[in-house]
Design a protein around this ligand. Sequence first.
Ligand code: HEC
Length: 189
Amino acid sequence: MRRAFAVLAASIVVAAGGLPGIGAAQEADHRIIVPLPDEDRARLQEDMREFLRQNTGLLNAVIDGDMDRVREMAQGARPPLPRIRALASGASLPSPDGKNPAVPPEAGGRQRPLTLFERMQRNLPQPFKDMLLGMRETVAEIERDAREIGDSKHTLRQLSTIQGLCVSCHDLYKVVSKPPGAPNLAEQD
Ligand code: HEC
């Protein structure tokens, strides 16, 4: 048993070293580094775990052929679409009642501390924010189409589009902890 394992392990090492393209884990990491303060990074990771739960929940609802549940889950998806739209467009965060637009941080010559939303807006690269928006908009389309079309195969294709965005972004970006006091992306140069 132990010998069989050793032989297997050795053949994996040989295969990984000997066949270019197979040992992907050993290739250089070319992902773009995105530094985020620890608090913001923790929040992003929390959102990510929520994305995984949501996508799995939607997939299970489709498997059960329950398009009402698909619609309800997509409707309740977090974060809300207006928040992600504002994040990607650079607009200030809409307040829940639609009134009181946030005072810009640099207004009146006095700099107030940035909110978490504003830091995310400044620190995340534009294509990163665009992919988050693409994902969230597809969830909104899932809700609409579950209501108007009600075709589970169509929903599956939409879920697969979302999965493609999960994969692309994870292949492209790597988040690291930003030292306190380091400038935000939008404040460099
Ligand atoms: C726009 C980019 C982007 C998209 C889209 C994206 N992710 Fe992520 N995800 C990241 C980054 C960057 C990290 C690493 C965060 C870190 O280490 O601080 C991450 C981390 C995660 C983690 C680990 C969280 C943790 O607790 O450490 C999970 C799980 C995850 N993503 C799931 C998903 C799923 C599922 C999707 C699609 C439904 C998705 N992500 C879409 C960028 C993205």
